[in-house]
Design a protein around this ligand. Structure first.
Ligand code: GLC
Ligand code: MG
Length: 699
């Protein structure tokens, strides 16, 4: 396989990347270089080119004009010249793109063999890749790294004036346009987090969730795991601080507006309690003179200095002027040795790499609730999410974690354990499987060459049914490989991307369909074998009589209901937690009916409450799919373990309850026909299907 990456932003080079030297020389470069290196370790990959733009600079000694630079024998950086010989920021790149695209097409035409796939990084590269795809028919994958639309929405929320005439606004609009082109034209979009896939992309005109796959970011973290503080770092920080051995609240970020370092200083400056408890340490890139920096960086640094002065934080805040890349792990370690915390309160953080570094270094985190950190905290349990616009929330969260030693310790332990999930070999394994299938849309599915006529359908709940026992999953995979006549899918309370993520994590092959959000959404695997298509007809069908906002308003008055996180809320699913162990479902149903609102309320696991359109449910969705796949209901097997499966199990004749069921499922009315398996989890599913198959053969 020959992969060609296209990446135009910042100062990209093979070694000693000058992170922070320009606003665009950030984490995406590290991501790209580590990705390429990890990718090259796979024997199936013969060659990787990273194509970028050649330019001269007056701010660096680095050679960014060299036509070809090798990272290793398989991976090279190729630099193509465009009319302007100078460095351009991402906002100013656009008029160089046509020339770059033409040069790239020439370059590809001159190669002995064309790449198998293009992988565009950042919006402007998507514009280039879309043109190359059009003219040379090469498939392309897109990774945004960071998106324009959430940035615009963020600015609007923060009440910043949007002047449509300014160059920055125009650049942002252009970028959003390119990102939408990618959604429309890319063969696959890779997102780093559910937040990116399900929320940040959702408002683009050509949003199609099934075209997006979440592949968890990875990072080489060994240096952070092993890090200890050094005497250089101690010297560098201690000269700022009157009490250098107090705990430190540490931030490491380029001083760009999105990173919101000003709010962190405000949070600290406005909280005498926090000042008494900890020092604030901010590593915000390096600088010689403020006047020589790009305007955005200079403005942010000036604001920081102004705030430090305004709150008179001298002796309590460290903000070194220079540091080397090698100092960074030691700075995390320095903070850990002082039982510190790491803070990333960006307005929006698509990725959150520094949170993984902090976790590896043993530092609990305070992280923005907007973007990738949601996923990281959910997976790692190594800190708390805060609203980045609330300085109060930031200060309170930090204080609470500083004060609770047990919690601090748990966050440290959890973070250190969980970072294993974010390693490159997992990432590459998934990424390459996607690329291989993309290249060969008629894959040998699970060992079968000719797809047989499929006349049976299996729909499994995920948590507690299909997954929950690793050896059971292995058995399931082996068993399923022999079920050539079966269409297989899942029916879950999770969202679509969350479902795909857990299946990937547990090693279950991509299902033919995904009924997600308790039946509120249906996706089917597309003919390309890689992406999914949303069932828009189902959406229209269940939308009948659904008054989302009115229901939200009515239920806001119920004190026992606590909203689940924004990620769990969907257009056709409103989810709460309710600790009160009462008959909450019928009660809510009555409350809503009294107000003339039609809805279905589902209670499960003793605490989850989902409110759905009346027509939506896992069972109805599976029945709908049985019709689409033209499978007789008698050959539809459904399996579940909990309250949110009851209705699905009731709705279909071949219903399987796995042995590890909960929510008193076995006593629920209307389930007399269900088969209660002796085995738990996926083994119970196999047992149940075999039971019904034997029954139908006997009759
Ligand atoms: C999953 C969903 C959650 C839902 C629950 C029960 O955990 O993430 O939103 O309430 O399933 O259906
Ligand atoms: Mg379950």
């Amino acid at each position: 396989m020959f992969i060609m990456h296209i990446a135009l932003q910042g100062c990209l080079r093979a070694h000693d990347v000058e992170y922070g030297i320009t606003a665009d020389t950030g984490g995406h470069i590290r991501y790209l270089l580590e990705l390429a290196q990890a990718s090259a370790r796979d024997h199936a990959v013969e060659r990787i080119d990273i194509v970028t733009r050649a330019f001269d600079t007056d701010f660096s000694e680095g050679d960014y004009r060299q036509a070809c630079e090798y990272l290793n024998p398989k991976v090279r950086i190729v630099r193509l010249p465009t009319p302007d010989p100078n460095y351009r920021t991402k906002e100013a790149l656009w008029d160089q793109l046509p020339a770059f695209t033409a040069a790239l097409i020439d370059y590809i035409d001159g190669l002995e063999r064309a790449p198998d796939v293009l992988h565009a990084h950042y919006a402007d590269a998507a514009d280039v890749a879309a043109q190359v795809k059009q003219s040379r028919g090469l498939p392309f994958v897109f990774t945004a790294h960071s998106l324009g639309l959430p940035k615009r929405q963020c600015a609007a929320r923060a009440g910043q004036d949007v002047d449509t005439e300014t160059a920055d606004t125009q650049a942002l609009e252009r970028r959003i346009g390119f990102e939408n082109t990618a959604l429309r034209q890319a063969d696959l979009v890779i997102a780093s987090s559910r937040d990116e896939a399900e929320i940040q992309y959702a408002d683009y005109p050509d949003y199609e969730p099934g075209r997006i796959r979440v592949i968890r970011p990875a990072s080489d973290l060994q240096v952070f795991e092993k890090a200890e503080s050094t005497s250089e770092v101690r010297r560098m920080l201690q000269r700022f601080l009157v009490e250098p051995d107090k705990p430190a609240l540490l931030a490491i970020a380029r001083p760009v507006t999105r990173k919101n370092l000003a709010s962190l200083i405000r949070a600290y400056g406005e909280s005498p309690a926090l000042q008494a408890r900890a020092n604030l340490v901010i590593l915000a890139g390096g600088r010689q003179s403020l006047d020589a920096l790009e305007p955005e960086i200079a403005d942010n640094l000036r604001e920081m200095l102004h705030l430090i002065d305004h709150y008179d934080l001298y002796g309590r805040v460290a903000y070194p002027k220079q540091h080397s890349m090698a100092d960074v792990p030691a700075v995390y370690a320095w903070a850990r040795e002082r039982r510190g915390l790491f803070a990333n309160v960006a307005f929006n953080e698509p990725f959150g790499l520094t949170l993984l570094e902090a976790a590896a270094a043993g530092l609990p985190v305070i992280a923005t609730d907007s973007g990738g950190p949601n996923d990281i905290i959910e997976q790692c349990h190594n800190g708390v999410l805060v609203n980045p616009c609330s300085t109060n929330a930031i200060a309170e969260a930090a204080l609470a974690l500083f004060e609770d030693r047990e919690r601090w310790q748990a966050c440290q332990t959890n973070g250190r354990e969980a970072i294993a999930l974010f390693d490159w070999s997992r990432h590459i394994d998934y990424y390459h499987r996607l690329l291989v299938r993309m290249r060969d849309p008629q894959p040998v599915r699970r060992g079968r060459t000719v797809p047989p006529q499929r006349d049976a359908l299996l729909a499994c709940d995920i948590d507690g049914t299909l997954v929950g026992c690793a050896t059971s999953v292995q058995d399931f995979n082996g068993w399923y490989a022999g079920q050539a006549h079966m269409t297989f899918g899942v029916a879950t309370g999770r969202s679509f991307h969350s479902a795909l993520q857990i299946l990937e994590q547990t090693g279950i092959d991509w299902p033919d369909f995904v009924v997600s959000s308790v039946g509120a959404e249906i996706h089917r695997l597309a003919a390309d074998g890689v992406t999914y298509c949303r069932d828009a007809q189902w959406q229209a069908h269940i939308a009948e009589g659904w008054s989302r906002q009115a229901i939200v308003d009515v239920l806001a008055e119920m004190p026992e209901l606590v909203s689940q996180s924004p990620l769990e809320q969907r257009e056709h699913k409103i989810s709460y937690l309710c600790e009160a162990n009462t008959d909450i479902a019928p009660r809510l149903q009555d409350v809503l009916a009294d107000r003339g609102l039609a809805a279905r309320v589902i209670h499960s696991h003793g605490r989850c409450v989902d409110v759905l359109p009346e027509r939506a449910s896992k069972g109805a969705a599976v029945a709908w799919l049985a019709d689409r796949y033209a499978v007789n209901r008698e050959r539809v097997y459904v399996a579940g373990d909990s309250g949110n499966d009851v209705e699905m199990l009731r709705a279909l004749p071949c219903a399987i309850i796995v042995a590890n069921y909960c929510d008193g499922l076995i006593d629920a009315s209307g389930l007399a026909h269900a088969y209660l398996a002796r085995a738990s989890h996926a083994r119970g599913v196999i047992e149940g299907v075999e039971h019904f198959q034997a029954q139908s053969h006997a009759s």
